[in-house]
Design a protein around this ligand. Sequence first.
Ligand code: URA
Length: 261
Amino acid sequence: MDAETHIQLKAALTATQNWWQDMGVDIPPIPAATPRQNKQAAPRPQAKPPAPAHVQPEEVKLSEKIEVATALAKSAPTLEALQAALEKFDAEVLSDHAKNMVFARGNPKAEIMAIGEAPGLHEDETGKPFIGPAGQLLDKMFAAIGRNEENLYITNVCNWRPPAGRNPSEDELALCAPFITRHIELIAPKYIVIVGGVSLQALTGKTGIMKARGQWQELDIGDHKIPAMPLYHPAFLLRRPELKKYAWRDLLAIKERVEGE
Ligand code: URA
């Protein structure tokens, strides 16, 4: 298959996968591409003892990377330090392909933290989350309950735009997880809004935003339990405007709880 056909097929697969995911169908993420083995290539000298037979080398590599990410994230005492750590972090395919690491926008002292999926094209260009068409709808949704950049903090579970705008893979989300955990610890919000199915899975391990939306969850972050409301992703609502009424219901539930407590 030539390279162009391969790219077209992958884009079609990604679009179908995004659609199914939006519809609440549980599907495995597209696995991260693994380079083809060149059978002729001489074996590289081994710096470390080989992994036990049942553990794949990629798994070892991923777990080592996650350890590095965890150490980096945990040692960041402030938001600025976390941002600097992320800027330097080698997130492999993610940071290799992205133009910018996308951190956050809004007020770090806000009691609500909205957490989306991964940056898109506009966010990658500018380094700011949720500023494209989906972000503009997200802003309108929050404005309807009196929230804006002064009383809302917005970030994503993944800080880089995955190549071709696909969803982040499970491995990529695992690599980003220590950073979003530390990010939440540093912001210490009273409430979290989980924006979209990918964030739902990354933050709670649950799949199926169609079922979970509107149901308060509880996130265990450090010693704290933080109430979290899953919301339809605005990009999904742009494709399925008839579902906006459910998002509106969920926003009202958030407003009621935040203002009532
Ligand atoms: N979608 C997201 O989930 N996050 C962004 O920042 C932009 C689009």
